[in-house]
Write a protein that binds this ligand. Structure first.
Ligand SMILES: O=C(O)CCC(=O)C(=O)O
Length: 312
């Protein structure tokens, strides 16, 4: 049962690994986000001593501005998120990327290989990669070498990326079905006819499987690239951006937001009622519906309660 995605979008999400939603954000939402980016950019520059032409990235961006926080449970996006990955989820990362035009002296390397002056200067994510496949994480995640389905991201385009070479996100459609070793063994080269440069206007959103091979192209335009990725993964995994979110933030959040922020709203022992002799993480076998309100939220919208197994 689908609550947000059309049948075609479901097929695209499974086969290509992503769906594109043009004009997803309203003008008012976009303006609010762009004002937030400017505010946060000033803070980052001040704190890190950066100049106006320096690129930067902010993680756990949700803690920096209410406009970013409001993206985590965006009412029109949440149904698509639940269709894509289910309700037993939390935020893994909230990532703001700010990338002014390259200075003339910085020559980009080969797309997706990261062999240029831009890589040396610290421009990020220039090499083709799926997320969660670095040497320190999954080298051999499964018998067929493919990455298990662990997470999705929603990519929000805030600045104009409708022309190429503007710091666009590139993807290889369908590559989530291939082994990351293939990419590693061929020196991170991808045939140009397999790669797709996402040329998107401000306000577009992309729901994508992070196992899709992706990279960021150089910004040779005259505009600053401003984008956000909101990453959702299962509650039994550990987030990258936080161990626990700020208590004040949790307390002023509604039930679904609390869950997404990785909190247990019931306030019980995170290792369950018998934690002394039978510890049982409530992120695994969740006993209280209060800790998993997104489930009831999804059921109200028609997603069934049926499960395959009752025990681990
Ligand atoms: O900046 C981007 O759009 C891509 C970010 C990325 O590749 C990553 O965080 O893994």
């Amino acid at each position: 049962m689908s609550i947000g995605m059309s049948q075609q979008q479901k097929r695209d999400f499974d086969e290509k690994g992503f769906i594109i939603l043009e004009d997803f954000l309203t003008r008012a939402e976009l303006d609010r986000l762009l004002a937030a980016v400017d505010e946060v950019a000033d803070e980052v520059r001040e704190a890190q001593g950066l100049g106006p032409d320096d690129p930067f990235a902010v993680r756990n961006a949700l803690s920096r501005h209410e406009a970013f926080l409001d993206l985590v449970d965006h009412p029109r996006m949440l149904p698509l998120v639940v269709d894509a990955i289910g309700w037993n989820i939390q935020i893994r990362t909230t990532h703001l990327d700010y990338r002014p035009p390259y200075p003339e002296t910085v020559r980009p390397g080969t797309l997706g290989v990261g062999d240029g002056a831009d890589q040396e200067r610290g421009y990020r994510n220039l090499s083709w990669h799926p997320d969660l496949a670095s040497d320190a994480l999954f080298m051999a995640p499964s018998l067929d070498g493919r990455l298990p389905f662990m997470e999705i991201k929603v990519f929000y385009v805030l600045s104009d990326l409708s022309e190429g070479q503007s710091g666009n996100l590139w993807m290889v459609p369908g590559s989530h079905l291939r082994s990351p070793n293939e990419l590693r063994e061929n020196g991170r080269q991808v045939d140009s006819d397999e790669a797709m440069e996402l040329r998107l206007k401000p306000g577009a959103a992309v729901v994508w499987r992070t196992a899709v091979w992706h990279c960021v192209g150089p910004n040779l335009s005259e505009r600053t690239r401003k984008i956000m990725h909101i990453g959702y993964h299962y509650r039994w995994l550990r987030p990258t951006d936080y161990i626990s979110q700020d208590q004040d933030l949790i307390e002023r959040s509604g039930p679904v937001r609390k869950q997404l922020l990785g909190a247990l709203a019931s306030g019980g022992d995170p290792l369950g009622a018998e934690s002394q002799f039978h510890p049982s993480s409530q992120y695994w076998l969740t006993k209280s519906d209060d800790d998993l309100p997104l489930r009831a939220w999804a059921e109200e919208r028609g997603v069934g309660r049926e499960g395959f197994f009752n025990a681990l």
